[in-house]
Design a binder for this molecule. Sequence first.
Ligand code: C2E
Ligand code: CA
Ligand code: CA
Length: 658
Amino acid sequence: MVTDVNGFHMAFYVAAFLVSLTIFIYTFIQKRTDKDQNVAFILMLFIIIVNSLSEVVIETLIPRASDSGGIVTAEKVLSFFYFVSHIAMPPLFLYYECCVTGVIKRLTDLRAIVALVPLFVTELMLVLNLSLRFVYYYDENGKFQRTWGMGVIYAVSISYLLCALFHLLINWKAITMKKKLALIYFFSVVILGVIIQLIFKEIRTELFAEAIAFIGVMLTIETEDNRIDLETGVYNRRALHMDLENIWAFKSSIDLICIKITDMDAVLKGSGTNRTKKLMNDISEFLKTVIQRFYIYNVDTGQFVIVISRDEGDDKRKLIKKILAKYEPECTTDEIIQKIQDRFSEPWNVGRVQATLNSVILKAKCPEELKTVDDVFYLLNSPVPKKIEKKLLEGKDLDYILRRTAVEQAILRAIDTNEFEVYYQPTYYLTGFKLHGAEALLRLHDSELGNVFPDEFIPVVEQMGLIDDVDDFVLKQVCEFIKTGIPEKAGMDCINVNLSVSQCMRDGFVERMNSIVESYDIPKSMINFEITESVAADDYDKLRKVIDELKTAGFKFSMDDYGTGYSNVQSSFSLDYDSIKIDKSILWGAEKSQKGKTILTNSVNMIKQMDKEIVVEGVETDAQIDMLKELPVDYLQGYYFSKPIPRDELIKKIRGES
Ligand code: C2E
Ligand code: CA
Ligand code: CA
């Protein structure tokens, strides 16, 4: 006698099958299967798919069972495999959760084995049940019946889930809110599904609830859409931030490798964005041949990071290390660095040409050398100082970062408490050594670092975005000084104020300078701005416009650091400078060799032919004065006359008191 298939049961199983199959396929399409965590996820899905499928088959077989002994046997075999595979779900989920929270990296072999014992016991129970029937059996009508052993199996499964929940709670801080919610939602739905099925045997919600709950996990935990850089297929900056937060929350140890391409600006200019993207892609592809993609982050154009775990956990985790071997880097940190350096010594396809890239590799142990996540991003954000010429920076080489952090803090303190002070270094006429003017030079006296010099702190101020405030401060101090009338009375032509080109280019710069000086009601011609050019030629039009506007308003202008490579001959012709300041290195070079002397002489003659005044800085000795007297130079500045001094000292000097 054939009865109808139980459509109500069937609906749940078919739904569970379709949902889990869909998640499975999506996970595959997205190729998220290269981490151990993803593999565990796929395995769980696979179990649900197979289980729901076998339930579908069982449900179709049941009505025919009374007709054939073969069908009864098939049903029993399927049920057996259902239980054997399904009880692996909770421990698998515990493992999955340990991967997500990162606990797995610190798990010892002993703990792992202890955690597996209940699973083995229940599996053994199922095998023994084949003859002992203490878990379930089929009664004389062929109906499925549970016995006390099933209670034990449920208890073990629930213990695994509770254990996972407990882990989640103690590692609460290690994962993001979204992941927490997804995991808690997962627990709730699965437990609800199990309870409903336990109470109402006809409502087969268990598998269906698991499948549904996995959707949430797929969408929040297994998705990496916002972590992956679409261009390069490796992780992005945001992912690095999240992962580092996690690493610090767990007090894990890592080796951090940062690859910085130092001539990225030139590459971008020369080959445009699209070709640069292609280059970044090529570099990522190469890095993927060195290490799996989930260790690689593309944090910026021309900047890659590789994070390698150092949680060896010594002898207590040999077994786990073996299991995870596929997911651990095959090479040591130094071998990886060597491979990267070897590749970077060869050319890359940059646009249409082949070119070698200038690169620096930074290697840091965290948390020993970089103590916080902020320190890491500091390292990533700050340019490598030009004076460091090594290709691999590690250990003590990275101290510049610490010093920078200290300088940054000193700057913030100085802005708060007015520890900045403007010093003045006087300039003199070459003929008669009469006082001509002075250059305002900023000083930072810090309670912790002592005196910090502008060569060090000005670039930091610029990067902190505070240069406007600092320069306004200098300009106001200078205006105040001029307002006292002392400089004018002493016969000073003007006071020089340093500006960086990047500031001049900013919107509203001209208006700001005008309004500050106007508020002091002093002649603008008493202010002479000095600028050091470091811009590319295509910005000259803008710079020219700014200079013209300020000159029309009445200010004076000089070009600073002539001869250092920043300033060039072409711009000294094309921009309307009143005077050119020849850099101290040219003067000092002139003393050392005949060639140096020719450079100084030719520079001076050329500038004079352009009809501009000449200042020479860095004058320290009588010999230099004698040399300069031969040349058509107008003004001198240097330690020979005076170092930069505080305003009061300058006033004393002017009055002849010192
Ligand atoms: P700079 O404009 O080229 O300033 C000249 C530097 O040479 C000053 O260093 C000065 O102390 C030093 N110097 C002058 N005469 C001699 C000499 O005879 N021998 C030697 N060995 N050195 C001499 P300082 O004050 O350390 O300033 C360094 C740089 O910092 C300046 O170079 C300027 O580019 C920048 N800077 C200083 N103050 C300011 C400021 O208020 N704003 C901006 N944007 N930059 C500033
Ligand atoms: Ca200067
Ligand atoms: Ca200079």
